[in-house]
Design a protein around this ligand. Structure first.
Ligand SMILES: [Zn+2]
Length: 57
């Protein structure tokens, strides 16, 4: 086998903002791990909203 990396799997997380389940994809998990980020607490929609708020001038 060529791949010796950990097997990432899509997992379901619950958004801390709206309570909706969202998928933390295997691809994202790998990305987060590489960047040493903590797991996302919010779904895509809420994260986008938060960004919007921060962008406000
Ligand atoms: Zn949400």
């Amino acid at each position: 086998m060529v791949h010796s990396q950990e097997p990432y799997e899509d997992i379901e997380l619950e958004c801390s903002e709206c309570g909706e389940p969202f998928t933390f994809t295997a691809k994202d998990q790998k990305f987060y791990e590489e960047k040493d980020f903590v797991k996302p607490k919010r779904c895509r929609g809420c994260r986008a909203k938060k960004k919007e708020r921060m962008k406000k001038y």
